[in-house]
Each structure stands twice: as C-alpha cells, then as structure tokens.
Write a protein that binds this ligand. Structure first.
Ligand code: DOR
Length: 440
C-alpha cells in the first residue's frame, strides 16, 4: 500500500483532525495499524481500502488523540460501590480518555506492588484505556514513612502521590522529592493544609457564610504551594501540583517556572468552569477539595491556562454514590466525577472564543503526557493509534448524565454543549461507539 511494512487495519475518513501540535489540523484521513498511525492523508487522497478491516466515516466529527488524565480515582480495591476499574475505564473511554492515572487512595492503599499489579492486570484484561497507577508516597498515605518507590516503579507505577491530602511534614515532603527525583519520577501534590482550615469542601466566601458553614480559605492552598516551591528549589526533583484552585498559588507557579524548576501543574474542568455559587442551597454534588472558589479565582486560572502557565487539564474524577452525597453538607464526601463531561463541558470555552481547540486538545493530551515524558500521543505518522471521534452539533443540547461511571456526582449535567463522543479507537480498533456502546 506504500505506507511501509505495517499493514493498516482502519481508515478514518471525512473527519476534521485536531492535531495538538498543529501540523495536521484540518480535514483529513487517518490510516492506522494496531500499533501506530500509519499515515495522515489529505481529505481527497485515494486509499486502497481492500486490505482494511474497517472504515469509519467521521463526517461532521473532530478527530483528536486519546486524552490522558493525570488525576482520577477508580476506587478499586475497596470502594467498588463507588466505581471499579471496569466502570471507571469505560467511563474514561466514553469521555475520550485513553490513559488514566489512578490515584492510590483505595483500600488497601496502593502503597505496595501487589495492589499495583492487581490494578494493571484488571485494566489489561479490559483492553480499553491504559491504567497508569500512581503509587502512594507514604505507607497508608499517613504522611509518615515513605513507600518503596523503587519496588512500586518496577511494578508499573508512573509517579507518587498521597492525593486526597498533602504531605504535612516538610521533611517527609523533602525526602519524597529527593528520592523521586533520584528515580527520575514525579511527585504529585494535593496542596491543602488541614491546619489552615482546608478540606472543608467549600470556599471561605459569601456562599459558605450565607449557609452558616466554615469554608476553606485560599491560604490553605497557597501556603502549601509556597512551601512546596521553596523545598523544590532546594531539593530539586519533579513536582506536579494537581488541581490548583487559588489565584494566589499561580504567582509561585510562575516564579518556579521562570527559574526553570521541575514544576508542572494541572487544573480541573470544575475549577475552570464553576464557582462557589454552585454550592448554594447546600448542594453537595460540587463539594470538592480544594473547593470551587470565586469568579476572581476562576478567571485567574483561565488566564493562566491561556498564557501557557498550566501544563494540563485533569479531571480529578472522584466518584461517590448518591446516597453518600445525600446528607448534611459537612458529612458529604468531597469529589465530582469528570471523565464523560470534561471535553463536552470545556468545549464551551472554545465556543465562546476563550480557548483555541488545538490548545484545549493539547492540554488534555500532549500536555499531561509531557509531565511523565510519555511520547507518542498525537496525530502524526507513528503516533499511538488511540483516538476520540467527537460529533459536533449545530445546536447546543443539555449534557446528559454520564452513562458508564457508577458515580452520579457530575456537576455539569444539564449545561449546554455541542459535542458528543461518537467513537473511540484503542490500538487501531473501534472499541466504543455512542449508539452501540462497548463491544462495537
Ligand atoms: O474532592 C476530592 N475528592 N478531592 C480529592 O483530592 C480526593 C477526592 C476523592 O478521593 O474523593
């Protein structure tokens, strides 16, 4: 066929390619083998389809690389009533995510290679998204003794985090940064101080005051970010600050990046699109740590994103059951789900002209991949053959509830969007189609 020795199995034609690196954005066709994109072709280039297993007509659709989520909770083992590897990875695929970092706050905690191995085996058997386990930084995530980073890396962990909480002890944090740095891996930090009033799931602002609730101030985040950057300057290593929510944190990020420290940052769709107002009336669905803040904070995050200060958008997909959320505000668990709503919700920014489409796709694909140095995500010859095909509608429609996550705590249900995932391709194979679901 003239495309090298690899035999192409799938042709995607008539689509609009969104290349996060810019080179191939526009109408085009993709010819794929099981292990790579074989060729990127112009819209009218002739293709011999005789040898192909399948052709997918992507008329009216955007074709994007599969997204990589740096931050998600799949809840297995231990909390399978909230989510499990199968429901979580199906939900991820239905949101266009081909690679999912699974945070270690399970039961047992992913602080040893047995749990890591268990997760990887489960995910492999599904053959959907790739699960990228994040090992716990400290044993049982209790902030005291470091885990065996070397053993966890060997088992397949891609980085370390005590997500769900910060590492309060500065010495433990420093050691973690030094040792992960020596092993050339990433330390993910949930920057929030309990001592400074963090983890209340609502911003210390007028909504909390009007509800008679104590909120978490921006200081509970910024003070930890400041400490972390200072320790990073001293210890070196690679630090990733996840779900930054406060305007004040950004100045430390800017300084660290200007100095060339090994710092990367992600923001979530909910912090970019929602504010404390979403919690009015004791709404527990958007209760999340760190909390949704004010419009001033939200606009600062959006500005930082446009400016290029932010490396990635990550969902912090954190499923909880409706029953758990249907309780007094203080007792409801923090967390929102995000796989299936992320791109449809964020697409609104593109519609409003606030963010370019390529930039958005980049923040969901090559941006997060760069945090680990993962290569091959993209839309060029030789890229990994994992893609999302997004149908774009002329008229907006309300975002439906997620179909595959066990969690119902999605704060974006009902918002207007214009996109829907039509199909998902993993390893050069259509594994999901909107109408037919999985096993298509
Ligand atoms: O709101 C949150 N929920 N933030 C976190 O960092 C953890 C997560 C969870 O595990 O539920």
């Amino acid at each position: 066929m003239g495309y090298g020795r690899k035999r192409a199995v799938l042709l995607i034609r008539n689509g609009y390619l969104v290349d996060p690196e810019g080179g191939h954005t526009g109408p085009g066709q993709l010819l794929m083998a099981k292990d790579r994109v074989v060729a990127v072709l112009g819209p009218n280039e002739p293709v011999n389809t005789a040898m192909l297993k399948q052709t997918l007509d992507a008329e009216g659709c955007l074709v994007t690389p599969a997204f990589l989520d740096l931050h998600a909770h799949l809840r297995e083992p231990g909390f399978e009533h909230k989510e499990d590897v199968a429901s979580g990875l199906k939900s991820a695929v239905a949101g266009g995510f081909g690679y999912v970092c699974a945070m270690p706050n399970t039961y047992p905690v992913n602080d040893n290679p047995i749990v890591t191995d268990y997760l990887l085996q489960k995910a492999k058997a599904l053959g959907l998204s790739e699960l990228l386990p994040v090992g716990a930084t400290t044993l049982s995530q209790n902030g005291e003794r470091l885990t065996d980073f070397h053993a966890l890396l060997k088992a397949g962990c891609v980085g370390f985090s005590d997500d769900g909480r910060s590492i309060d002890d500065p010495l433990v944090f420093q050691d973690a940064l030094i040792y992960t740095g020596q092993l050339d891996t990433v330390l993910f930090e949930h920057a929030e101080s309990k001592r400074l009033g963090g983890y209340r799931g609502i911003h210390a602002g007028i909504v909390a005051a009007s509800l008679g609730l104590e909120g978490s101030s921006a200081l509970s985040e910024t003070a930890v970010v400041a400490r972390d950057v200072e320790i990073l300057r001293h210890a070196k290593g690679r630090l990733h600050l996840t779900h930054i929510s406060a305007k004040g944190s950004l100045s430390y990020v800017r300084t660290a990046k200007e100095e060339g420290l090994g710092l990367s940052v992600d923001l979530t769709p909910h912090h970019l699109l929602l504010t404390e107002e979403a919690l009015a009336g004791f709404n527990t669905t958007p209760k999340v740590n760190p909390p949704l803040r004010t419009e001033e904070n939200r606009l600062a995050l959006l500005h930082a994103l446009k400016e290029g200060l932010i490396d990635a958008i990550a969902t912090d997909h954190a499923p909880h059951t409706q029953r758990e959320k249907d309780t007094y505000f203080e007792d409801a668990p923090p967390g929102v789900i995000g796989f299936e709503s992320a791109f449809p919700a964020l697409y609104g920014l593109v519609e409003k002209g606030e963010l370019g489409l390529e930039k958005l796709v980049s923040l969901l694909s090559i941006g997060p991949a760069g945090v680990f140095g993962i290569k091959g995500i993209g839309l060029k010859q030789g890229s990994l053959p994992n893609l999302g095909v997004w149908r774009v509608f002329k008229e907006p429609f309300p975002l439906p509830p997620p179909r595959y996550s066990k969690g119902k705590n999605c704060p974006f249900v009902g918002i207007e969007t214009k996109v829907k995932l039509q199909a998902f391709i993993a390893d050069g194979r259509v594994v999901y189609e909107y109408e037919r679901g999985f096993g298509a």
